[in-house]
Design a protein around this ligand. Structure first.
Ligand SMILES: [Zn+2]
Length: 492
């Protein structure tokens, strides 16, 4: 497998530190508000990375933190007139609720910064002992001495000289150098404070992640990532302080995903152009949202719009419809079936088309192995679906037909599962997806009602009435299919 490593700016063969095991740390949210769809992109992407690595057979330790002590949380607490712990607790619960609703399982380890203060102080002590940390003034903030660390700027590809002239560096009289960043903040009256050798205070943001990552994954670990907006200064600083403290490489591969945009602008709280996960999930099924987030290369920016979500919905219908039909067909024929036919030219597909179905797993796997190209991997699933649809249109008694269908079904479900897609009951999912559709000549509720009436007629063996209902729906481009799970419908 090859991964694009932000540190080296190229794709590299992935070789974990320990055979068969992978440690992954993904930066989590700062819990001062409900999370927006940009946070969901991060969560969905890293969860797919974990799924894929496990599918390959790796044992993965996945850590995602909560930054639960931070200026933004303190500000929010002040605004709301609540203790900061309560604010943090509330938004941790909100995040977990959103992830559950989105269908993203929790990370294996979800550490909270406020419970790892001792580990952070230990790193700062080591940095001070090695001359990398200093206190600006007695009782004041503790800083990291950037110029002492060779290679600062390596991760974000910046030179010290350029950074110095950058306007983003704030000047602070207590700092030896404007580039230095804070490791430990002296608490102001009324702010939460933990005792430290430098006086009561609280951690800076960057030290939190270094401490939690190294505690659970070791001083050197395999994968560390987050959104592109974290490369500088967050990850640059994490790298510098961690390596300065341990004298060892911190992270082997840095993975950064592109940002979610609205009208090409970054989705963010500070810009005020964002949709919360709750808002989006109120309007679209969770799987549609996950599909949208994973159906483009993770390093590309992803532009959010209603039209893009509607497209994702249509695409999911296209994947689930043959799954529902395959189930019906396979269930009807008994799941036993024969082997996949080896003979050439059988069952209505050209040799090369059969070859495409036969090699679906390999091609999917290759796409994912090439820097996690989930968009290409999904493209292969759609290609397979087109071929399976043709098979379904041409029922055959030829040997191998059922085997080909069965394998198609199994592949779609298994490979979809690597992307956390296609795991729902197909008929049920199609019902959910269609409830959202606005462009039908008849409402989904009316369709469901007619289906009920038709089922009733069929039970009473009133074939004329049942057929009339089928015709009535067909006139509105609604096709019915009877499956063991009930009657499903699709748009012609
Ligand atoms: Zn972090």
């Amino acid at each position: 497998m090859q991964l694009y490593n932000t540190l080296t700016r190229q794709k590299e063969i992935f070789q974990p530190l320990r055979e068969g095991r992978v440690g992954l740390y993904a930066c989590g949210v700062t819990v001062y508000d409900d999370c927006h769809l940009g946070h969901a992109r991060s969560a969905v992407f890293f969860e797919v990375v974990v799924r894929y690595l496990r599918w390959l057979g790796f044992e993965v330790t996945w850590v995602r933190n909560f930054t639960d002590i931070d200026d933004k949380i303190l500000r929010r607490a002040q605004e709301d007139g609540k203790p900061w712990e309560e604010v943090a607790e509330h938004y941790i619960a909100s995040f977990q609720e959103d992830m559950a609703a989105l269908g993203v399982p929790p990370a294996q380890i979800e550490p909270r910064a406020s419970r790892h203060i001792e580990e952070m102080l230990e790193i700062i002590r080591r940095l001070a002992a090695r001359g990398f940390a200093y206190q600006g003034e007695p009782g004041g903030d503790v800083y990291f001495r950037v110029r002492r660390f060779p290679g600062y700027g390596r991760l974000s590809g910046q030179r010290l000289a350029d950074m110095q002239s950058g306007a983003r560096i704030e000047v602070d009289a207590a700092k030896e150098d404007p580039l230095d960043f804070v490791l430990w903040k002296a608490s102001k009256p009324g702010e939460p404070a933990w005792p430290s050798p430098w006086g009561p205070g609280r951690p800076g943001w960057h030290i939190e992640c270094s401490a939690m990552a190294m505690k659970y994954l070791g001083e050197t670990f395999d994968l560390h990532g987050g959104g592109l907006d974290l490369v500088f200064p967050h990850h640059e600083n994490e790298l510098a302080q961690s390596e300065a403290a341990t004298g060892r490489p911190f992270v082997r591969y840095w993975l950064h995903h592109g940002l979610l945009t609205i009208d090409q602008e970054k989705m963010s709280k500070s810009l005020g152009n964002f949709f919360t996960v709750k808002e989006v999930l109120a309007r679209f099924p969770a799987e549609v949202v996950r599909f949208f987030l994973i159906n483009s290369h993770y390093r590309s920016p992803l532009d959010f719009s209603d039209a893009a979500l509607a497209e994702a919905e249509t695409a999911l219908v296209r994947l689930y419809t043959p799954l529902a039909r395959l189930r019906e067909r396979l269930w009807a024929q008994g799941v036993g079936g024969g082997a996949v036919a080896q003979e050439e030219g059988l069952v209505g597909l050209a040799n090369e088309e059969r070859e495409k179905l036969a090699t679906l797993r390999e091609r999917f796997s290759q796409a994912m192995a090439d820097d996690l190209n989930s968009a290409l991997a999904l493209g292969y699933l759609f290609e397979a679906v087109r071929l399976i649809n043709r098979l379904l249109e041409q029922p055959s008694a030829e040997p191998g037909y059922a085997g080909l269908l069965r394998r198609g079904y199994q592949d779609l479900v298994e490979l979809g599962g690597v992307l956390n897609l296609l795991q729902a009951d197909p008929a049920e999912m199609l019902r959910i997806l269609r409830q959202e559709r606005q462009d039908l000549a008849i409402s989904p509720a009316e369709i469901e009602e007619l289906i009920q009436r038709r089922s009733q007629a069929r039970r009473e063996k009133d074939w004329v009435a049942a057929d009339a209902i089928r015709q009535q729906l067909a006139a509105k481009d609604i096709i019915l299919e009877d499956t063991p799970q009930g009657t499903i419908w699709r748009v012609k």
